[in-house]
Design a protein around this ligand. Structure first.
Ligand code: PGA
Length: 264
């Protein structure tokens, strides 16, 4: 499968930002853009609001945009229900109309100590209820400087994803997010992004075969914004972006959708 036919995505990770009125304003701005601009069938946008606003945001999206704009959660737990104060289950996320869930974001790994094994359990549970995991991987600065970044990402994928059979793996979306580029204003160069995305496809080819490797959507994340998106999105193995800071304003987020549509 060529890049042209892979699913292309711009996903906004709002992190712990915005209040409810701002969240509504943002999703309305994105909806307006998508209602007035045709996107090809294999191109779509996702927003990942903070959990208190998931329902509100999911409910505000009109049915006509069902295939173009979807909602994802930023996290989920590994159980369906029970005495787990403060957690939200994949079932609940799915129940309120979300299609996606971020799993393995570096901020979850770093601040909440989420291990490879715990992330594997989240992936399993999400897939069980037909939520699509957007699985994040990426190396910290010291690993990049030591030159072992490909091995590091390979371990992240092996430990949390490679237990899946091929059919389940085919449902996953990947996001490569070098930790040193997240929220720092320091983006990976297009060459660095392409090198890792191509290396990830090689890992997938070895584990699952070439067809899977060619068809999986791999997003780039880390200080991606309208000013640098064109060169990143035009790389042959980059299928869009997972966007933090630049996803908090409708004009920059929709600009990224426009750029992906043009060059992706
Ligand atoms: P950033 O965040 O675009 O603000 O660097 C990306 C992310 O953490 O997903």
């Amino acid at each position: 499968m060529s890049k042209k036919s892979r699913l292309k995505i711009v996903a906004g990770n709002w992190k712990m930002n915005l209040h409810s009125n701002e969240a509504l304003e943002l999703v309305t701005g994105i909806s307006n853009y998508l209602e007035n601009n045709d996107l090809p069938d294999n191109c779509q946008a996702i927003v990942c609001p903070p959990s208190p606003y998931l329902f509100l945001v999911a409910n505000s999206i009109s049915e006509e945009l069902d295939n173009k704009l979807s909602v994802g959660a930023q996290n989920c737990y590994t159980k369906a229900s029970g005495a787990y104060t403060g957690e939200i289950s994949p079932e609940m996320i799915q129940d309120i109309g979300c299609l996606y869930v971020l799993i393995g974001h570096s901020e979850r790994r770093k601040y909440f100590g989420e291990s490879h094994e715990f992330l594997a359990q989240k992936v399993n549970k999400a897939l069980e209820v037909d939520l699509i995991p957007i699985f994040c991987c990426g190396e910290p600065l010291e690993i990049r400087e030591a030159g072992t970044h490909v091995d590091y990402v390979s371990t992240q994928l092996k430990e949390s994803l490679f237990h899946l059979d091929v059919d389940n793996f085919n449902r996953i979306i990947l996001a490569y997010e070098p930790v040193w580029a997240i929220g720092t204003g320091k983006t990976a160069s297009p060459e660095q992004a392409q090198e890792m995305h191509a290396a990830i496809r090689e890992m997938l080819a070895t584990q699952y075969g070439k067809e899977t490797a060619d068809s999986v959507t791999i997003l780039y994340g880390g200080s991606c914004k309208p000013a640098n998106a064109e060169e990143l999105f035009s790389q042959p193995d980059v299928d869009g972006g997972l966007i933090g800071g630049a996803s908090l304003k409708a004009d920059s987020f929709t600009k990224l959708i426009e750029i992906l549509n043009e060059v992706g």
